[in-house]
Design a protein around this ligand. Structure first.
Ligand code: XUL
Ligand code: CO
Length: 443
């Protein structure tokens, strides 16, 4: 008997080229296309997220779910999880992504005890392993959901109740075991409830020390069981907490350095989290890259008019190009990749909509990559930026950079200078250059 199909009528999504109007075909993402000596598949390392794609129902604070998923039909949560994994791998294979990502509770339901939850996860990890071997799909990263269960309402690693911290540790241990068993290249910590709502009941200093201790224990356990990949912090300033401790890239880097975790941890930068922190995606990526800590990205986009995490599929080519210029400048992804932490709108109720959302985003990144590469390699952008700092390349400027000048020597240098002439930042020209390469599609 043929296996049940959750996406009947949809076959492997193929590349049809820029002239195609077929909503179920790639226009730019030809995974085999070689750009800059590497295939698009290897540059972009796309991953589909389990949570939005297979666990999301379209529910919002004003109403229940609108999306009916055939894999949710069984009433028993473990049976549901087994159907969900079949649907997920059918989707991953038909879309043609090389990677996926999950939270422990996306893959397997919580049981009635720590031991039962671990058993459920092990059952589903064994199934995932079989399916990975059958399809060639790989795990980009795993994580533990330490924010949905009511026990985590006051935080997980930063909970004021030690018993809850222990529960979080049990989940992280099992999720690390699962990630290692499935060959995950990274392991993510997103601290949605690691934060506070009022200082009146919060000892922030103590909570942050607990977070440092907790992450150190997780790092040590992971390394002990043979995890060689990157541990990643995913910064976000707020939502669901009023104030989250991993506010943005700079805050997270400072925290990791303070706790001696900067050799094992990098960052997973999410576009919509950057905008919630009043930064651009490019800014957050650059801060991470400059610290040597750009691990992976969660690709999505927010909405310009509201202030929450709408997790829409990324289609804005301009933002994508800006991000890819930084990512290419950092040498691309080592262990990480591009995870679509994005969901279809609750009004997009056809099963094919999930394909269409991913296809558009993958095309935008594939096209964006060629434009970003041309901007870096063919346009004068890089040269103009380097030239801007040329006064530090020799003479007193170089001495300054090398720490060979005192404040008095700087003062004396200034005193001898002829009147300064203005040096233009050329912003409009640079913006026009970006558009020129966008218009030309990277040629
Ligand atoms: C929430 C978010 C999470 C993390 C994984 O805003 O981005 O889904 O990516 O926990
Ligand atoms: Co995310």
């Amino acid at each position: 008997m043929a296996a049940k199909s959750y996406f009947p009528g949809i076959s492997r999504i193929s590349y049809e080229g820029a002239g195609s109007d077929n909503p179920l075909a790639f226009k730019y993402y030809d995974e085999k296309r070689i750009v800059g000596g590497k295939s698009l598949k290897d540059h972009l390392r796309f991953a589909v997220c389990y949570w939005h794609s297979f666990c999301g129902t379209g529910a919002d604070p004003f109403g229940p779910g609108t999306l009916q998923h055939a894999w949710d039909a069984p009433s028993d949560p473990l049976e549901q999880a087994k159907c969900r994994i079949d649907a997920a791998f059918e989707f991953f294979s038909k879309l043609g992504v090389p990677y996926y990502c999950f939270h422990d509770r996306d893959l397997a339901p919580e049981g009635s005890s720590v031991g039962k939850s671990e058993e459920n996860l092990q059952t589903l990890v064994a199934m995932a392993k079989e399916r990975q071997e059958a399809t060639g799909l790989r795990l980009l990263w795993g994580t533990a959901n330490l924010f949905s269960h009511p026990r985590y309402m006051n935080g997980a690693a930063t909970n004021p109740d030690f018993r809850v911290v222990a529960h979080a540790a049990a989940q992280v241990q099992a999720a690390l075991d699962a990630t290692v068993a499935l060959g995950g290249t990274s392991y993510v910590f997103w601290g949605g409830r690691e934060g506070y709502t009022t200082l009146l009941n919060t000892d922030m200093k103590r909570e942050l020390e607990h977070l440092g201790r907790f992450l150190t224990m997780a790092r040590d356990y992971g390394r002990k069981i043979g995890f060689r990949g990157d541990f990643l912090i995913e910064p976000k300033p707020m939502e669901p907490s009023k104030h989250q401790y991993d506010f943005d890239a700079a805050t997270s880097i400072g925290f990791l350095r303070q706790h001696g975790l900067d050799k094992d941890f990098k960052l997973n930068i999410e576009a919509n989290h950057a905008t919630l922190a009043s930064h651009t995606f490019g800014h957050e990526l650059q801060v991470a890259a400059d610290a040597g800590m750009l691990g992976s990205i969660d690709a999505n986009r927010g909405d310009g008019q509201n202030g929450w995490d709408t997790d829409q599929f990324p289609t804005n080519l301009y933002d994508i190009v800006e991000a890819l210029v930084v990512i290419l400048g950092a040498g691309g992804f080592a262990h990480g990749g591009i995870n679509f932490d994005a969901k279809v709108r609750r009004t997009s109720t056809d099963p094919e909509d999930l394909f269409i959302g991913h296809i558009g985003a993958m095309d935008a990144f594939a096209h964006g990559l060629e434009i970003a590469m041309a901007l870096r390699e063919k346009s004068p952008l890089g040269k103009i930026r380097t030239e801007r700092y040329k006064s530090f390349d020799s003479g007193r400027g170089k001495d300054f950079e090398q720490g060979a000048l005192t404040l008095r020597q700087l003062r004396d240098y200034a005193a001898d200078l002829p009147p300064l002439t203005a040096v233009s930042g050329k912003q409009e020209w640079l913006e026009n250059l970006v558009n020129q390469y966008l218009f030309r599609g990277g040629r």
